[in-house]
Design a protein around this ligand. Structure first.
Ligand code: AMP
Length: 423
């Protein structure tokens, strides 16, 4: 978090009130950097992923503008358009607007595919201040004459890299062609690879670039590995790895992440059955029990500590050699935070991630965020080839997209063209 407070930012009072209610005190780095720039009316190229506070970074100045420049909406008019890749993100962004704009008089609407048109069309008819939309559904609505985009003042492309990965480039281009040239454009992306930058260049006007470094730089000393495994085999796989390390006399102090408290308890029981000393820390255990478990772990009396994310927050144990994502983290950012528990203070560490069927999308997001493929370990009895093939297929597809887009790049500056790898 940055030094300044929200009160240093010239946002309208009702926004400060809403932020206060949610106990937001300090703007996150992306907010501190982007909000003043957006308030000035400049275009923005923001490199930030979910978890950095990027939604408020664009929602607050948009709401400020709506509040300070009130006017009647024309029928079907849209003042601010936020394009997002998925319905989940659409809903999340819409909720954020409602949350920060609780004391502001404005109309927002979220539209995405797979649900009926009726309510969406009805609200659009009255005009909206903020429209959060996935590209396909927006074009459908436009095709039916339900929305007029010719008066959009602010365009936000949120998770632009993901939209490109999902093949939305033609839809995005079509939508942009329907907008007025004179507008403010805010372009947010977790990664700034070649295709993302070339899209940004083509639609932004003298943008200010704001980049929030992903915490991934901490991960350089960490050897990262992913193991594809069926959910039911995960406990056996962990026991197998532990036994193997013991046989090879490999030093180990292992922090294992479990998604749930029950899962953590179950895993500890299974490890005990396999003859492995382990303990768990999670929200259902008393403070005393947690501290005892931590002390034993610090002293090396138990080599394996199973923790939920919440319980692991703030624990600082030196010498953790392995972090195991027994359950895949829900958010790519938690991956980076979790694995940062090892390789502290210049030491080296290993991060081992179990990836099952339901984790494939997050694994993909993680690789994009850390901008490198994670080493796949298949030398174990529970390796799941289907999942590995699926993942390798995705990596190949991305490489092809990048290759296809490359020849179109013009070297305007005349200097050498730097070719970035997909990862
Ligand atoms: P985002 O990156 O926009 O998805 O936001 C991540 C989470 O951080 C959301 O749950 C926000 O409600 C929360 N958040 C965003 N900005 C702040 C802030 N300045 N202070 C506290 N929480 C925040």
């Amino acid at each position: 978090m940055s030094e300044i407070t929200f009160h240093d930012l010239p946002l309208a009072e009702p926004l400060h009130r809403a932020l206060g209610e949610h106990d937001y005190q300090t703007p996150s780095p992306i907010q501190a950097q982007a909000i003043p720039v957006i308030l000035e009316g400049r275009d923005l190229l923001g490199s930030a992923q979910t978890g950095t506070g990027k939604t408020a970074a664009f929602a607050l100045p948009i709401l400020h503008r709506i509040h300070t420049q009130p006017r009647e909406l024309e029928s079907k008019e849209v003042r601010a358009l936020v394009l997002v890749p998925t319905r989940e993100l659409a809903v999340q962004v819409d909720r954020s607007f409602e949350k920060y704009g609780a004391y502001i008089d404005f109309r927002a609407l979220v539209v995405y595919g797979g649900v009926g048109f009726e309510t969406q069309v009805k609200t659009l008819k009255k005009g909206v201040d903020v429209l959060v939309a996935t590209p396909g559904r927006l074009l459908d609505l436009h095709g039916q004459g339900c929305v007029d985009l010719s008066n959009v003042k602010v365009l936000v492309l949120d998770e632009a890299d993901r939209m490109l990965d999902m093949g939305f480039l033609p839809d995005m281009r079509r939508i942009i062609s329907l907008l007025p040239k004179e507008r403010q454009t805010l372009f947010l992306s977790a990664t700034l690879g070649h295709s993302v930058q070339s899209l940004a260049k083509s639609i932004l006007n003298d943008p200010v670039t704001v980049s929030v470094n992903p915490p991934s730089s901490t991960a350089e000393k960490i050897e990262q590995q992913v193991l594809f495994v069926r959910s039911n085999d995960k406990a056996e796989l962990l026991a197998h790895l532990l036994k193997q390390m013991e046989e090879e006399d490999e030093a180990q102090l292992m922090l294992v992440f479990s998604r749930t408290k029950h899962g953590a308890e179950r895993l500890v029981k299974k490890l005990h059955k396999a003859g492995i000393k382990a303990d768990a820390i999670h929200g259902d255990r008393t403070q005393g029990a947690r501290e005892k478990a931590l002390d034993k772990f610090r002293a090396g009396e138990i080599k394996v500590l199973v923790a939920t994310d919440v319980a692991a927050r703030g624990i600082d144990v030196k010498g953790i050699t392995h972090v195991v994502n027994y359950d895949f983290p829900n958010q790519p950012e938690s991956y980076v935070h979790r694995i940062g528990r090892t390789a502290r203070a210049g030491e080296e560490g290993e991060a081992i991630t179990f990836c099952s069927d339901e984790d494939m999308n997050v694994l993909w997001d993680v690789e994009k965020m850390i901008r490198q493929p994670i080493n796949i370990i298949k030398d174990h009895p529970y390796h799941c080839t289907d999942l590995e093939d699926l993942h390798l297929g995705r990596r190949e597809a991305l490489k092809k997209i990048v290759k296809q887009e490359r020849p179109r790049r013009r070297n305007r500056g005349g200097g050498p063209v730097r070719v970035r790898k997909a990862f």
